[in-house]
Every structure is written in structure tokens, then in C-alpha cells.
Design a protein around this ligand. Structure first.
Ligand code: TAP
Length: 481
């Protein structure tokens, strides 16, 4: 297969000032860490972007103490109206600096600039606007009587939506009066560090937001710290289970947003061309590195041949390559480790007897790439039908009746999201009721809104983010009523 040279557009560096090294953001200042720095790279070129500080247990302790002091002295006593003003200011600054954030996100993560520009950054700003609006209206959020902030919240996030996951975590925590210690993923720390600069620019009181960079050990140090009142984690189900075990028997609360294996279900009365776009968006958006990705296509048997033919024709038009090019559809995989996992599971799909097809497009010479891939002839026992691949790989299964579609859709350990494509409103309502998925999209996929709660069933975790249910996760006495 041909390989082509790829060099990032020279102007991409001009819109964002990437420092050669970054410290930890504790108590409103950037500080040197005690650990050995690590490097963050551009996954599309493998070039080093910056040296990043690795926070030790002592650094995490300093961050938790700063967050506690800010909570006690300033943030918990401030009126909701004033907290809201800070959140509005952050939201506006995110909009003003959106180009910088979008370029930095694409350089550090590998996602197409069109996605960081049109999805990640605007929705991150929208989360701050939405929660700014709640800060002085919590009495009307349906929270239980006497609800109070937890105090200091430890937040650990993954690499697939670095800025957006930060916004999902920090905006509701601050709106409800908590202070935070947040750890971004090891491979994508840069937009969190730019966000730290933005907190300085917004004059946020020191210690309200603390950003500590590092690997899994830093995350574990946050989870284990006795000064943390609540953990908010997004990441793999494996690490989520470890966190649940670590805090068992302590007073710490937790919300866990974990993996998924969503079914995107197409009935024979669906508008097929529209559904094809939904399938493509469902699995190839962000290279399929999306917890709610529509990674299992369940197609009604009578239209399976038509869907397969049209899907392959559409995939052949996808442009894979330079994430900084506005015409790119599919960017780089975030890390070599993730690329190896996608390759390993795809090899297992072939070994177990499914039929593999990819769009045969040329790939850049350096960096981490995987062609948009479809497996047909997949059965429910195949690993590619059960395990989260977290890559641009679609497993196609067929069904005959709505009951069979529900049974197959629910037959995974996960329960995060699902999609239904049909013209029948009654079928949509029946299916939505039957599917064990926290989010069900009808005749669309991957739509996100800060007002809409998001979260899972089963091994996809517990707790909700977004909407007033997401606020409830950040106060002591539980549920929105
Ligand atoms: P993980 O390996 O679980 O990492 C998530 C975060 O946890 C990272 O910051 C990671 O640090 C940190 N971490 C690793 N070990 C830890 C430990 N022992 N204690 C505390 N923190 C620890 O997941 P990932 O590979 O970054 O992300 C992919 C997974 O996240 C997928 O399964 C995906 O479905 C899930 N995800 C779920 C959602 C929702 S909303 N449900 C959204 C996005 C992603 P390092 O980066 O240094 O390893």
C-alpha cells in the first residue's frame, strides 16, 4: 500500500504557543514537579511537542491542600451568582481562544481539525455557559433538600476528548461549589494546561482548579488521597473497577463513565442513505475512539446487502491523513499502544472467521494510522462483537425481528448508548424502553448537549454527566427529583 510523507502545516504552530516544558498548575501557579518529566507527542508525526511534569504523591498532596484551602476560604462561601460570573468568563475566553484550543487539541490528540473546531471546543464552551446558568439557580434544580457541595473533587479523564472531558468535569463541579484536582491523560495534557492559563486569565481564585499531569500512578494518588471527597472518572472499565475497589469502605463518592459497545440498529423502513451517514459518523468520528461509538451495526436482514454496498461506497470517499487539513475525515490514532490494540482485535476478527474489508486508502509514513474498516459475517461470540475496540472498526451483524435486535443489542457487558433508524415512532419508543443503554439516539447518532444527561448502565459505569442529573452527582445528598 502506498505511503505518503506528511508534514504538519507550518502555520499550525503559529496560532498556538507551545512551550518546551510545562509544570503543574497548583494554587493558581505553574510549579516544577518533583518527578521525572515525560514527553507528549503529535501522533500524526511522532514529533515531540513538549516535556510534561509528572506529579508525585507529594505534588498531588499539595494540589489537594490548595483545593481544600480554596474551598474553605473562597469557593464554598461565594454566592452562586459570583461563581456563575467566573464560569461565564471562562466560557467566553474559551470562545475567544477557540482557534488556539482547536489547533492544540488536534496536534496533541490527532483528531481532524474540523472536529476540534466544530465539536470539541464549541461544546466545551457550551458546558461552561450551561453550568454558569445553573450556579445561582441550584435551588430550582430539583436537588434534595440540604444538598451541599462535596468539597474537593478528584477528576481523572481520558485522551479521546481531552478538553471536552475536562469541561464535562470542571463546569458542574465549580457551578455546585466544589473545587477540583484534575489529571488529564498522559498522552494529551496540552489543552488542560492551556486551560490552566485561561483560569489565570479569568482571575479564578487560586486553588479552585488544580491541574496535575502524570500517568496512572498520579491518577491513583488522587484516588487514594484522604483529602479527596469525591472521584469523577472517565476511562476504561478496567481502571474504573480498580477505582471502585480502591474507594470501597471509604467515605468517598464516585461517578464512573466507562467503556461502551453501542449497537446502531437499522430497520428496513429506515431512510437508508441518511442511515449510512449516521453509521459513518457513529463509528469514524474521532477515529472511533469514542466511548459511545456505534461500533456494532445491527442491520435488518432484508436490507443487509444494500446497506453493505452503500456503506463500502461511502467509506471509499473518506479522506484519511493530515489532521490539520480541513478536508480530512479520519485523523491519527492517539498512540502506538492504542493502534496496537486496534490491530490486535482486528486480527482476532479475521482469525475468528469474520470477513474484513478496508477502504484501501494510502496512509502517511510516520504517525499512527488505521484505515476505516468493516467486518461482515460477525457473530455475537466474536471478540469484535463483544470487546471495545476504540478505533475505526465496524462489526456488522444482522437480525430479522425487533425482538432479536433488542436481544443482540443488549448482549454485551456494556450499556452506554444505542442508535435506532426507523420511520416508525412507536417502534422508536418501544426500542428505547427495551435497550439497556443510558443514551438512545433515534435517526441520528453522536449528538451531545450539555442539558442532556449522559452515562451508562452495567459495566459502562454509574452516575450521569450533563443536565440537572449531572449537577446531582456533585452534591452530597444524591438524586435530582
Ligand atoms: P484509561 O486507561 O482508563 O485512562 C483514563 C485515565 O485514567 C487516564 O488519565 C489514565 O492515566 C488514568 N489512570 C490510569 N490508571 C489509573 C489508576 N490506576 N488510577 C487512577 N487513574 C488511572 O482509559 P483511556 O485509555 O485513557 O481511555 C479509553 C477508555 O475510556 C475507553 O474504554 C472508553 O470507552 C473510555 N471512555 C469513556 C467515556 C464515557 S463518558 N463513558 C468517555 C471517554 C472514554 P494515563 O493516561 O496516564 O494512563
Amino acid at each position: 500500500m502506498p505511503k505518503f510523507e506528511y508534514a504538519p502545516a507550518p502555520e499550525s504552530r503559529a496560532v498556538v504557543d507551545i512551550k518546551s516544558s510545562y509544570g503543574l498548575f497548583i494554587n493558581g501557579k505553574f510549579l516544577e514537579a518533583t518527578g521525572t518529566p515525560f514527553k507528549t507527542i503529535n501522533p500524526a508525526t511522532e514529533e515531540v511537542l513538549a516535556d510534561i511534569a509528572e506529579a508525585s504523591e507529594a505534588d498531588v498532596d499539595a494540589a489537594v491542600k490548595a483545593a481544600r484551602a480554596a474551598y474553605t476560604r473562597v469557593w464554598s462561601t461565594m454566592s452562586g451568582t459570583d461563581r456563575g460570573k467566573y464560569l461565564f468568563r471562562i466560557a467566553r475566553l474559551l470562545q475567544e481562544r477557540s482557534r488556539e484550543f482547536a489547533v492544540l487539541e488536534t496536534l496533541d490528540n490527532g483528531k481532524p481539525i474540523r472536529e476540534s473546531r466544530d465539536v470539541d471546543v464549541p461544546i466545551a464552551a457550551a458546558h461552561f455557559f450551561y453550568h454558569a446558568g445553573w450556579a445561582d439557580k441550584l435551588a430550582y434544580a430539583g436537588l434534595a433538600a440540604g444538598a451541599r457541595p462535596h468539597g474537593v473533587v478528584g477528576q481523572v479523564i481520558p485522551w479521546n476528548f481531552p478538553l471536552l472531558m475536562l469541561a464535562w468535569k470542571i463546569a458542574p463541579a465549580l457551578a455546585t461549589g466544589n473545587t477540583v484536582v484534575l489529571k488529564p491523560a498522559e498522552t494529551t495534557p496540552l489543552t488542560a494546561l492551556l486551560f490552566a492559563e485561561l483560569c489565570q486569565q479569568a482571575d479564578l481564585p487560586p486553588g479552585v482548579v488544580n491541574i496535575v499531569t502524570g500517568a496512572g500512578a498520579t491518577g491513583q494518588a488522587i484516588v487514594d488521597h484522604p483529602g479527596i471527597d469525591k472521584i469523577a472518572f472517565t476511562g476504561s472499565t478496567g481502571v474504573g473497577k480498580m477505582i471502585a475497589r480502591s474507594i470501597a469502605g471509604t467515605r468517598k463518592k464516585a461517578t464512573l463513565e466507562l467503556g461502551g459497545k453501542a449497537a446502531n440498529i437499522i430497520f428496513d423502513d429506515a431512510p437508508v442513505d441518511q442511515a449510512i451517514e449516521g453509521i459513518v459518523n457513529g463509528i469514524f468520528f474521532n477515529q472511533g475512539q469514542v466511548c459511545c461509538a456505534g461500533s456494532r451495526l445491527l442491520v435488518q436482514e432484508s436490507i443487509a446487502d444494500e446497506v453493505e454496498r452503500k456503506l463500502k461506497a461511502r467509506l471509499a470517499t473518506l479522506r484519511v491523513g493530515d489532521p490539520m487539513d480541513k478536508n480530512t475525515d479520519v485523523g491519527a490514532i492517539n498512540s502506538r499502544r492504542q493502534l496496537d490494540r486496534i490491530a490486535e482485535l482486528s486480527a482476532a476478527g479475521e482469525a475468528e472467521g469474520a470477513t474484513r474489508w478496508d477502504n484501501g486508502c494510502p496512509l502517511p509514513k510516520n504517525g499512527f494510522w488505521f484505515r476505516p474498516t468493516v467486518f461482515t459475517g460477525v457473530t455475537q461470540t466474536h471478540r469484535i462483537a463483544q470487546e471495545e475496540i476504540f478505533g475505526p472498526v465496524l462489526s456488522v451483524l444482522t437480525f430479522r425481528t425487533p425482538g432479536e435486535a433488542v436481544a443482540k443489542a443488549n448482549n454485551t457487558p456494556y450499556g452506554l448508548s444505542a442508535g435506532i433508524w426507523t420511520e416508525k415512532g412507536s417502534r422508536i419508543l418501544w426500542m428505547a424502553d427495551q435497550l439497556r443503554a443510558g443514551v438512545v439516539w433515534a435517526n441520528t447518532f453522536n449528538k451531545f448537549d450539555p442539558a442532556s444527561p449522559f452515562g451508562g448502565y452495567k459495566e459502562s459505569g454509574y452516575g450521569r454527566e450533563g443536565g440537572r442529573h449531572g449537577l446531582a452527582a456533585y452534591v452530597t445528598t444524591g438524586e435530582a427529583v
